[in-house]
Design a protein around this ligand. Sequence first.
Ligand SMILES: Nc1nc2c(ncn2[C@@H]2O[C@H](COP(=O)(O)OP(=O)(O)OP(=O)(O)O)[C@@H](O)[C@H]2O)c(=O)[nH]1
Length: 353
Amino acid sequence: MARTRIPVVVVAGFLGSGKTTLLNHLLRNNRGVRVGVIVNDFGAINIDSMLVAGQVDSMVSLSNGCLCCAVDVSDMDEMLDRLAHPSSEIDVIVVEASGVAEPRNMIRLVLGSENPRVFFGGLVTVVDADQFGETLTRHPELAQHVGLADLVVLNKVDQVGDQVGEDVRVLLREFNDRAPIVSTSHGRVDPELLFDPGRAEPAPGEQLTLDQLLADPCDDHDHGADRGHGHRHLHSEYEAIEFESDRPLDPRELVAFLEQRPVGVFRVKGFVHFAVPGQSRKFEVQAVGPHIRFTGSRWEPGETRRTQLVLIGAGVDREAVAAGLERCVATEDGEAAADPNSMLGVHRYTVAV
Ligand SMILES: Nc1nc2c(ncn2[C@@H]2O[C@H](COP(=O)(O)OP(=O)(O)OP(=O)(O)O)[C@@H](O)[C@H]2O)c(=O)[nH]1
């Protein structure tokens, strides 16, 4: 019997809203559904693909640019072809957009696919309950991103009180009166909301069609301009800065850097190698707006101990970032090398997993 077509679900949402967290939750709770993933990270080092690796049935990753403008339909088709090939036995494809992607373009790329084995399975827009209000003020176009969603995931409700959560929900409803809004912490949505392999394809009229998307007055390649519709594309304002070091970092300096980030840096993510006696763990670091978080794990046998960071922001002073991070690189006779207490700052932001 011919297999039904494979849904391609696009997961979008502003920087740090919880897309990778949601994706990992889905992969861990896939209930036998085989998931193929396309991960797009804005920076040249694809931290996101490292964070989902190992859990996924099949993955294609794309870094150094935003999928929605760095790729045309044929490139997207190539990725979809790889995942939707009959031998891959994938049931659903999830595309994790970068945090500055234009969801409309992402949908266009999927709807424009010539691969007969796939269909657009919907847009999931992840919203950071804690940051949404502030981010919306800076980027009114987020309203449109919410408006396009087939499912809105109101994430990080654990970081806000009931009233704020409710206020954000009311706001989201103004932008989208048709999609379900699901409140979550740590992206823990019911996987069936996103992929039910037996699910019928959307009926005509249930979702935006390619024609509707093409008819949008916002020209998708005039990325820098505000077209008078509030449609400024985020990736034209944002930039990613990568930092790699084979020499270990001084934890005190790094914490100080993260706490007082150079102006414009909104998002930091990556892995850190610290130079502290008795400390042999690998640390994942995540910063979203004011929130900083470290998670310790083990270096894999044979894994090179090094730091890899991506910093994303708008109007960033690159020189200040470079100088600040250089200060974090530990000198051999530095304080950190002699002082096990230098990890205290990191521990303050460390969560147990
Ligand atoms: N407190 C709290 N933290 C969360 C929640 N969801 C995600 N996080 C944390 O928020 C940070 C960013 O989460 P990610 O899943 O990496 O966000 P993202 O949208 O993939 O980020 P980008 O790809 O950089 O745009 C991580 O430290 C997560 O652990 C949540 O519901 N509550």
